[in-house]
Every structure is written in structure tokens, then in C-alpha cells.
Design a protein around this ligand. Structure first.
Ligand SMILES: Nc1ncnc2c1ncn2[C@@H]1O[C@H](COP(=O)(O)OP(=O)(O)OP(=O)(O)O)[C@@H](O)[C@H]1O
Ligand SMILES: [Mg+2]
Length: 305
């Protein structure tokens, strides 16, 4: 048993060492836009030339596949009988969700905590992610088993992105996510205020449906970087239901521009982690002693060796 656990940890290290940045997307409250943020930042990073993996750790309510236009069914395959092949709906994008292992998409997954932890670890250890610039990890609301497993299992996590609406009950829960990240020494890349406002289609006035600046003020109070304010968009949910690419289809919308800016900021403000032992192969980022703190001494020489 101990051997099996050790082997799994080694496999997780080997897989994760080939991925530049590993980012958990989380929120205290449900329905504030974590999956929307994950999918749109993934699409923005892809549009900016990066390769992206998306892991859906929302075991009970997985929405990632549908928002990427991949319908459920038994889609997880293995070429060698050992590794799981991720689903790749477009070039540069790899996604994995438990929904790909369910024959009936309407079937409820009734798992206790240890089962969920085991599934997430298996996805980290056994999915053939290959070299990627980013792994974005979508999560259910709260600070439970899923977030804890990700934070404690993935070595050299880049950090967490928190999502909230400006509403005070959402802010209350967002504070708990900040506390969770701090207790686990998980770097907080920043907070996104989603559904910040909507523009009236008749008079173009900004309407603050969920209150104004709740997320921005929380960032000031807690000294957390504010990544941006994403407005509510009339047709965004329909695009997501149809699995369309909002950023590609509506590049001039305020939300698409905001997601693109946020993706650029994430890329500029974080560094890829890489392993001296496994040999991280950079895709778009240059990994050198100057740019990579975690392998400053021996990354290039080990790679050559
Ligand atoms: N900026 C936005 N404008 C319009 N609709 C949005 C926006 N952000 C999210 N939505 C819609 O709000 C709903 C909730 O979003 P989403 O599923 O991304 O939230 P979530 O935090 O992942 O939810 P859960 O906690 O259930 O996982 C969806 O119908 C989504 O299409
Ligand atoms: Mg979600």
C-alpha cells in the first residue's frame, strides 16, 4: 500500500514537472463563475499562443466539458493500457473530467471525500498531459476535499485565482478562500470580480446588479491583487451552453477584452516551475537560471545531461 502511494506520488511529480504553470480556480460561493472563468482564461491563453490543460475537479457538477463543446459519454481512452489520454477538442487544449467516464451524463456521482481525492489523484498521476504551458484546475465551491487535494498533491503549484461576484454574501465566502490559500501557503495570483456590472442595452448605463466594487474592496482590505472586473453579458450563458468560444466569437466585448487582459497579466506575473530531475521542456516560456527560481542552480545542465 505504501509502495502504491509512493509510486503514485512519483508519477504525479513526473507529470506535473512537464507543466509550466499549475493554477487552481476557486471560490467560496457557488455559481459565481469559476467554470466560466476557467474556460475563458483557457481560451484567452490559447489565443495568446500557449498550450493549456484543464482539469475539472467538480466531481458532482462537472461543467467544463459542455462549456468546451464536448458532449459526455465514454471519451477517456488509453493507448498503452496504462496512461489515460485527455480529450483534445482543439489544438493546444487538453481536458479531463469525470464526466468523460460516465456513460449517462445525467447520472449522479455519489462519492464520499476519499473517493473524490482518489479520482483527482488518479487524474494527476495517470493522465498523459504531456508538456503544457498551463494546467487550469476548475473546482466546486468552497474549501473542501477537492481544493485540499489539489493544493497538497501538486508539487510547485503556481497559485490560486479566486472568483467572486461583488455581492456581500459572496465576499463573505471569498474571504474564506483567501484564508484557505494562506493557511496552505498557496500563492494567491489574484481575485476576479465576475458579474461586476451589466450595460443596459437601451441606455448603455452601467447597472450594478450585485452591488459595486465588493471584490475590488476585498482585495484592498486583504492585500490581494485585483485581476479585473468581468461584466455580465447577455449572450454569454447561451454561448457556454452551446460550447462556443466567447472570446473568439465576441472579441470586442468588454468581458472578452477583460479575460484577455487577465490572461496576459497571469502570464506576466507568474513564472513557470520546472524540475531539474525530470527535465521540463518549455513550450513558449524560456526556462533559464534567470527566469526560473525553482531550478536556478541546475536546470540547464541537467537538461543537457
Ligand atoms: N460574466 C457573466 N455574464 C453572464 N453570465 C455569466 C457570467 N459569468 C457566469 N455566467 C453564467 O452564470 C452561471 C454560473 O456560472 P458558472 O457555472 O461559471 O459558475 P460556477 O462558479 O462554476 O458554478 P458552480 O459553483 O456551480 O461550479 C452560468 O449559467 C454562466 O453561464
Ligand atoms: Mg463550476
Amino acid at each position: 500500500m505504501a509502495d502504491q502511494t509512493d509510486n503514485q506520488s512519483v508519477r504525479i511529480c513526473e507529470r506535473m514537472d512537464k507543466i509550466g504553470r499549475k493554477i487552481l480556480i476557486m471560490s467560496g460561493k457557488g455559481g459565481v463563475g469559476k467554470t466560466t472563468t476557467t474556460v475563458n482564461i483557457a481560451n484567452a491563453l490559447l489565443a495568446q499562443g500557449h498550450t493549456v490543460g484543464v482539469l475539472d475537479t467538480d466531481i458532482h457538477g462537472p461543467n467544463v466539458a459542455k462549456m468546451f463543446g464536448v458532449e459526455g459519454g465514454l471519451l477517456l481512452d488509453s493507448k498503452d493500457g496504462v496512461s489515460i489520454e485527455p480529450v483534445s477538442p482543439r489544438e493546444g487544449l487538453k481536458i479531463v473530467s469525470l464526466s468523460f467516464a460516465m456513460e449517462d451524463p445525467d447520472q449522479a456521482v455519489i462519492f464520499r471525500g476519499p473517493m473524490k481525492m482518489s479520482v483527482i489523484k488518479q487524474f494527476l498521476a495517470d493522465v498523459n498531459w504531456g508538456p503544457l504551458d498551463y494546467l487550469l484546475i476548475d473546482s466546486p465551491p468552497g474549501t473542501g476535499d477537492e481544493q485540499l487535494t489539489v493544493a497538497q498533491t501538486i508539487p510547485a503549484m503556481t497559485g490560486a485565482i479566486l472568483v467572486t461576484t461583488p455581492q456581500q454574501v459572496a465576499i463573505l465566502d471569498a474571504r474564506k478562500s483567501i484564508d484557505f490559500a494562506r493557511q496552505l501557503n498557496l500563492n494567491i495570483i489574484g481575485l476576479i470580480e465576475n458579474m461586476s456590472y451589466m450595460v443596459c442595452p437601451h441606455c448603455s448605463e452601467k447597472l450594478y446588479v450585485f452591488g459595486k466594487d465588493g471584490g475590488r474592496n476585498l482585495c484592498l482590505e486583504e492585500s490581494v491583487p485585483f485581476l479585473g472586473a468581468v461584466p455580465m453579458e447577455m449572450n454569454l450563458q447561451q454561448t457556454e451552453d452551446e460550447g462556443g468560444n466567447w472570446i473568439e466569437n465576441n472579441p470586442s466585448s468588454a468581458s472578452a477584452k477583460e479575460f484577455m487582459d487577465i490572461a496576459s497579466y497571469i502570464h506576466m506575473s507568474t513564472k513557470p516551475s520546472c524540475s531539474a530531475d525530470i527535465g521540463y521542456i518549455p513550450q513558449n516560456d524560456s526556462c533559464s537560471p534567470a527566469s526560473c527560481a525553482s531550478c536556478s542552480q541546475n536546470c540547464p545542465s541537467k537538461k543537457e545531461g
